[in-house]
Design a protein around this ligand. Structure first.
Ligand code: C2E
Ligand code: CA
Ligand code: CA
Ligand code: CA
Length: 278
């Protein structure tokens, strides 16, 4: 029995050690990746399907390792949210995106009509520093507030709604639009839509995948009806086929995002994109 018990204690100790150790290793690696600028924005078009033009881009982060491997955000964003590293990561991203917009404007010799929508986790939306970071990035790179938008992921709930609300009021006053992400598939709370002054809802891909089923179609219809009443725009995400696009257009959804139109691409490809009709 004593033998079994000490074996058990040993296993528990090893598990605790590995758990503690592995989180701190990941935290170290990510902080280092931030410092080395290995976390880079990719850009995916958002299309106005009525006019068949690009109206904005979603910024999707990628971790480019030294060996040339590209790590997708699902592999590290949840850890960053859990250990707080998401804040410095997002603040650096805001600056990188502002710098990229500036580069595009210099390259084309004019201001851009597009928005670049950056994903913001709940904890970052509640951070009072977000306002100053954003304001100074805009000022430093001389870019207009309509070039930046924030999309709030609904993967985690907002615990300090008052602080988030304060931030959104300030962002709104600065001219920065707020979009609610993954609507229908998260902690979507329609009160949040109002409190956070959101101008747009993004309908989650799971509903678009099944848009030809009665259940998903009905949910999407009710989201569209709701958006009309609330006077907010709708973006459908994860549009992969022409059939889906047509059903969405028939449902009155004008803004689409998905592999049918474009995949997320790095900045150098974006800058040379022939669809980038400025
Ligand atoms: P999301 O915000 O829902 O982003 C959309 C995801 O769907 C992206 O995955 C995009 O590449 C993918 N996608 C777009 N169109 C299609 C399509 O037609 N088919 C399929 N199969 N997928 C499509 P990605 O880039 O792997 O990002 C995953 C999630 O990571 C994002 O989901 C977002 O929640 C999070 N994320 C990405 N970048 C950031 C960031 O900078 N900050 C934070 N906080 N979260 C981020
Ligand atoms: Ca998003
Ligand atoms: Ca989304
Ligand atoms: Ca999603």
């Amino acid at each position: 029995l004593l033998f079994l018990l000490s074996g058990l204690i040993f296993i528990v100790l090893v598990m605790l050690y590995r758990r503690y150790h592995s989180t701190s290793i990941i935290q170290f690696l990510i902080l280092n990746a931030i410092k080395q600028k290995h976390l880079v924005p990719y850009y995916q078009s958002i299309i106005d399907a009525e006019k068949d033009i690009t109206c904005g881009y979603e910024v999707l982060i990628r971790w480019e390792t030294k060996k040339g491997k590209v790590i997708l955000p699902d592999e590290f964003i949840p850890q960053c949210e859990a250990n707080g590293v998401i804040t410095p990561l997002t603040f650096q991203l805001i600056n990188t995106v502002a710098r990229d917009i500036r580069k595009l404007e210099m390259q084309h010799g004019k201001t851009l009509p597009y928005y670049f929508s950056i994903n913001i986790s709940a904890s970052v939306l509640q951070d009072p520093e977000l306002i100053e970071i954003t304001r100074s990035a805009l000022a430093h790179y001389h870019i207009a507030p309509h070039n930046i938008a924030f999309e709030l992921t609904e993967r985690s709930p907002i615990d300090n709604i008052e602080q988030a609300e304060q931030n959104c009021i300030k962002l709104n006053a600065m001219g920065i639009q707020i979009k609610l992400d993954d609507v229908g598939n998260g902690y979507c709370d329609f009160l949040a839509l109002q409190k956070l002054q959101a101008t747009t809802i993004k309908i989650d891909k799971v509903f678009i995948d099944d848009i030809d089923s009665l259940a998903a179609n009905t949910i999407v219809q009710s989201l569209v009806a709701f958006a009309d009443k609330a006077e907010v725009e709708v973006i459908a995400e994860g549009v992969e086929t022409k059939q889906q696009a047509q059903i969405l257009i028939d449902l009155g959804i004008r803004y689409h995002q998905g592999f049918l139109y474009s995949k997320p691409i790095p900045f150098n490809l974006l800058a040379n994109d022939k669809n980038f009709n400025v």
